[in-house]
Write a protein that binds this ligand. Structure first.
Ligand SMILES: Nc1ncnc2c1ncn2[C@@H]1O[C@H](COP(=O)(O)OP(=O)(O)OP(=O)(O)O)[C@@H](O)[C@H]1O
Ligand SMILES: [Mg+2]
Length: 373
């Protein structure tokens, strides 16, 4: 990147703060400049703490102040003062988190305006479609939201704690049962084993694997070195079973595929086929090898069940975004941030200092006041 463009007045930072990873870069660019862990080093204990592990509102305020400082002055290398910021957030982001982030950006760093964009909606920006079902499988949870004619249909949302966190704990259990003496593996090792060695298997093989006496030939074992001389045996079964937690139905018969179908069930009849033909997967977990193919198999199986027969859906089609799935929402924010939408819809510092509250379009109070304008 040329130095002169870094000093340009036009640089608008686009932030997507995820539970595990924060993506940030500048508007009108095609990829985030950095993807960093959403954590800060505690000043008293010198240990890394995840942003989502805050203990009180003040604790969150302090962590976010340090985190934003690190983003601007260690990575982005621009001054936040009097510059706009684009924030890509989940519609299910806790109010405390978004309000505290606004307080940090406006009061500590004096940004000029904030444009908050819902991640599911803006993910469609790079595809130029207005109706789609967006499934975000990130770290903490999987969230499906139907978008119809450019509007998120909130009553159609579905969320389950099926993300990387669930896969990590499943993998941890599998690894410790096949490696005696390996109990407290750090999460970074578990994550690395997951990304490098594990994959989503076919449905027919998964059914075989769940049997006590399975006749399938497992894939080769991987010897993963941990630290000095310790070798972790990642056996074939473990490699194949790590992701199964996403596709196994829970006690209420919910899993990833039912989330999509339940979401479609909650919208009007005439939109259902269109949603099935416009599925978009976002979030890092959907990048696992075999994820999409298995989801297709699961959807086809669920469609045959009594509950979903009424849908009368023939085929499912997935979109392929022009970037990696974990950056699709960020890219949407970067595209919106480069248009006049920013000056039209952003919330300014003056307005914030008057209201001390960030408008939320799912909040009835804000919707009424926006309409009154
Ligand atoms: N190529 C890949 N294969 C498998 N998993 C991957 C891959 N790349 C990233 N991941 C996983 O994706 C997860 C992070 O996804 P993402 O960045 O979408 O989460 P997040 O936005 O921080 O979380 P959330 O959306 O829940 O707040 C990590 O746990 C990481 O291990
Ligand atoms: Mg995310």
């Amino acid at each position: 990147m040329p130095i002169e463009s870094l000093s340009s007045e036009k640089l608008i930072v686009v932030l997507d703060i995820g539970t595990a990873y924060t993506k940030f870069g500048f508007a009108s660019e095609f990829a985030p400049r950095y993807i960093i862990r959403s954590e800060v080093r505690c000043k008293t204990t010198d240990r890394l703490r995840k942003l989502c592990d805050y203990e009180s509102p003040e604790d969150l305020f302090n962590m976010l102040t340090d985190f934003i400082h690190m983003i601007y002055f260690k990575f982005a290398l621009v001054s936040p003062k009097d510059r706009p910021v684009v924030i890509v957030e989940s519609l299910l982001c806790p109010t405390l988190f978004r309000e505290t982030l606004a307080r940090v950006l406006f009061c500590q760093y004096e940004v000029s305006m904030i444009l908050v964009l819902p991640s599911h909606l803006v993910s469609l920006a790079s595809l130029a479609v207005h109706t789609a079902l967006v499934l975000d499988v990130g770290y903490k949870e999987a969230v499906a939201i139907p978008i119809c004619h450019g509007l998120p249909i909130i009553q159609g949302w579905q969320a389950l704690p099926l993300g990387a966190e669930a896969i990590h704990s499943n993998l941890k259990g599998l690894l410790s049962s096949s490696n005696s003496g390996v109990q407290n593996l750090p999460e970074s090792v578990i994550e690395d084993v997951k990304v490098r060695c594990c994959f989503v298997t076919k449905k027919s093989r998964a059914e075989q694997l769940s049997l006590v006496k399975s006749e399938t030939i497992p894939p080769p074992e991987v010897k993963y070195p941990v630290g000095g001389n310790t070798i972790l045996n990642v056996c074939g079964k473990t490699r194949e079973k790590a992701y199964e937690i996403l596709y196994e139905e829970d006690n209420d018969h919910y899993c990833l595929s039912t989330m999509i179908l339940d979401s479609i069930l909650k919208v009007d009849l005439d939109l259902r086929q269109k949603l099935a033909e416009n599925l978009l997967l976002i979030g890092g977990t959907t990048m696992a090898p075999g994820f999409k193919a298995r989801l297709k198999e699961e959807l086809a199986k669920q469609l045959k069940s009594e509950r979903y027969k009424v849908l009368n859906i023939k085929e499912f089609y997935f979109h392929t975004p022009p970037c990696k799935e974990n950056c699709t929402a960020w890219l949407g924010g970067a595209l919106y941030g480069a248009t006049e939408f920013l000056s039209l819809k952003a919330f300014t510092k003056e307005a914030y200092l008057k209201e001390k509250h960030l408008p939320d379009w799912v909040n009835l109070r804000d919707v009424t006041s926006i309409r009154a304008l």
